[in-house]
Design a protein around this ligand. Structure first.
Ligand code: SF4
Ligand code: SF4
Length: 135
């Protein structure tokens, strides 16, 4: 099923709009909220993964733009450099989505890119620069 990861920025006047409800109900999309900052009276943001048929994704994107919500593709990617990783596990507790995990038997760390929401928490923690932001 096609997926899109996007950053939605809401102007203050739209913060209380049931946007995700409309995406689900009217456009038959699955909405997975990956990250969100909602501050009353200020611009707010959501990082979401939208899944659905191609025409549903196009319809949902059009709806968001017409509503006045700024839509940007999730622009940055995290790259894990396996050759630099010492498997120290320092990053494991910080990762909110279990994109970084450790096999408890072998104590080997692995990275699942599909689960990563690019929150950058691991970047600040890794002492060996094994994790890098790519734009
Ligand atoms: S950026 Fe790092 S901490 Fe954040 S989800 Fe991705 S791997 Fe986990
Ligand atoms: S903190 Fe860095 S070196 Fe340590 S396990 Fe995570 S990616 Fe590997």
């Amino acid at each position: 099923m096609p997926k899109k990861r996007v950053v939605l920025t809401f102007p203050p006047s739209l913060v209380s709009q049931p946007v995700t409800y409309h995406l689900v109900k009217d456009y038959d999309l699955m909405v997975n909220i990956l990250r969100g900052v909602v501050t009353p009276n200020e611009e707010s943001g959501l990082v979401v993964e939208l899944s659905g048929a191609k025409h549903a994704l196009e319809g949902g994107m059009k709806y968001l733009s017409e509503t006045g919500i700024h839509v940007q593709p999730l622009g940055q990617d995290i790259k894990w450099h396996e050759d630099k990783c010492t498997h120290c596990t320092a990053c494991i507790p910080a990762c909110p989505t279990q994109a970084l995990t450790v096999d408890r038997e072998s104590m080997e760390v692995s990275f699942e890119k599909d689960k990563c929401i690019a929150c950058e928490l691991c970047i600040q923690i890794c002492p060996y620069r094994a994790l890098e932001i790519q734009f």
